[in-house]
Design a protein around this ligand. Structure first.
Ligand code: FE2
Ligand code: FE2
Ligand code: FE2
Ligand code: FE2
Length: 400
């Protein structure tokens, strides 16, 4: 059963506006919701934020008044969708709990994308990045135990392991080494373009989130850890956005954005366990089908090409949140000591990397190191959640 979003009819644009009652969604239950429902909400919020920001950038480059007005109409609906999606999160969760959920998204979304990505260079980019967000989860989990006296399994359940990945202090590279080579828009498979957009949007939202919430903490160690990891999310946005071919026209980029929204709502509709949330995914899919139709019209008019030349004729297999424990352990065992040099990867610390490290550390330990030590001193041992046995790297075992 194939689903071609270019051939489906959605909700006409002038029927998409929602009133206050319709926007007033019921949040998920903070204690009993499926952690992967929360992950889908966080991922989809990042996608809607990107839809809004991308449309603003496009509008700022668009001299045609009528076009700008059409962009504004669709963008207002994207803004309502973002409100409906992000307001599914319950107000009860603390900022740190939401942070743990953001890193769980980064881990299980990126690991899934790495597993499914057909292009070896792109696959390597996801495998490289996922080991870093995996380590962020471990650092924040230790902060959480230290300042909120709770365990991260309250958030991640038993679905995602919490233990060291590539140590966070080693993520600080010279910015030059964060830029990757892009895929080629004429030969890349459609699924590769969707993967790159999805991970870029998720990391961008994480970067923005830490930018804003980091200074809301009073504890010095929390403030410092958010600064450190916030800077790494900047690196991650640079890493992932550079995978997208900058040779795509604005209309081609718009088409890819709307197509990706259709793909993800369709994926989540098929895999959602919460019926109320599933209804929202379905409603939003029907809105996106119309956004896609409008984007396809613009693409035909301005680029003079057929949209089917650019996007897949049928939606790829659904993107799924599921445990990736074995896959992550294998990556930890084989790629933990990787860093980047230019647009490639190496296993040795090179001169430019060492220089950046020295300048940034200023002779001190990074907050991401201190936080684990301080929690171990306070709680009697550091926090980990190793459900599949001891750490795959001997020197990183808890009993080392
Ligand atoms: Fe949207
Ligand atoms: Fe992260
Ligand atoms: Fe990240
Ligand atoms: Fe859209």
């Amino acid at each position: 059963m194939t689903f071609n979003p270019l051939r489906e009819r959605g909700i006409p644009l002038d029927k998409q506006l929602r009133n206050w009652r319709e926007l007033n969604v019921t949040p998920i239950d903070p204690d009993h919701a499926d952690p992967y429902t929360r992950c889908r909400i966080i991922a989809m919020n990042g996608i809607e934020v990107e839809a809004i920001l991308f449309s603003h950038q496009l509008a700022r480059h668009c001299p045609d008044l009528e076009l700008k007005q059409q962009l504004a109409r669709v963008r207002y609906i994207e803004a309502q969708q973002q409100k409906a999606v992000n307001w599914l999160l319950p107000g009860l969760a603390s900022v740190l709990e939401t942070t743990l959920a953001y890193e769980q998204v980064a881990v299980d979304l990126t690991a899934w994308v790495a597993r499914m990505e057909p292009d070896p260079y792109l696959k390597q980019a996801y495998q490289f990045g996922v080991l870093e967000d995996f380590d962020h989860l471990y650092r924040y989990a230790n902060l959480y135990e230290m300042i909120e006296h709770r365990r991260a399994e309250k958030i991640v359940d038993q679905l995602t392991e919490v233990m060291p990945g590539r140590p966070t202090y080693l993520h600080h590279r010279d910015p030059v080494d964060n830029v990757r080579e892009p895929y080629d828009r004429s030969s890349a498979q459609p699924i590769s373009k969707l993967h790159a957009l999805t991970i870029m949007a998720a990391e961008q939202q994480t970067m923005n989130f830490y930018m804003n919430v980091g200074p809301t903490y009073m504890e010095p160690i929390a403030r410092r850890l958010y600064q450190e990891i916030g800077l790494i999310e900047e690196e991650h946005v640079t890493h992932y956005e550079s995978l997208v071919d900058p040779g795509e026209s604005w209309w081609e980029m718009l088409l890819n954005h709307e197509y990706n929204e259709c793909y993800l709502y369709h994926s989540f509709m098929q895999t959602e366990s919460d019926p109320k949330v599933k209804n929202i995914w379905e409603l939003h899919l029907n809105m996106e089908l119309e956004h896609l139709r409008l984007a396809a019209e613009l693409f035909k008019r301005h680029d003079g090409r057929d949209p089917e030349e650019v996007v897949a004729p049928a939606l790829p297999a659904p993107l799924t949140f599921e445990p990736n424990k074995g896959y992550l352990r294998e990556l930890i065992a084989t790629q933990i000591d990787y860093t980047t040099l230019g647009t490639g990867y190496v296993q040795d610390a090179h001169e430019r990397f060492e220089k950046m490290q020295e300048a940034l550390m200023g002779g001190e330990k990074a907050p991401s190191e201190t936080v684990v030590q301080e929690n171990a001193d306070k709680s009697g041992r550091e926090y980990r959640l190793e459900t599949e046995g001891p750490h795959p790297v001997g020197s990183l075992r808890a009993d080392r």
